[in-house]
Design a protein around this ligand. Sequence first.
Ligand SMILES: [Zn+2]
Length: 102
Amino acid sequence: MVRYKSNKDKQIKQAKKIIDRLFYLIDNADYKLDDELRTRYIRIARKIAMKFRLKLNKEQKLRFCPKCHHYINPLKSKHRVKKSISIKCSNCNHKRIIHLIK
Ligand SMILES: [Zn+2]
């Protein structure tokens, strides 16, 4: 049995576990998920992260639109690759630009 320093540490550890699990389910769920359910999972994960002041990693942040927090479906959204990658949200048309060359 693992002993935790305090109840808060235990809660943070559990929160991290839940967030990882939610992002895992978005990609690898056995049953078919629609974009609305994926968006719901993202909102839950964000809320948990905000409550415990955890940071989502870079990979997780790329999954959703920074403006409307809608799930970015790689099949439906527009990607343009030049010197930078621009990803267009299918929900609100917000463009996110990722620079490759600095
Ligand atoms: Zn959006």
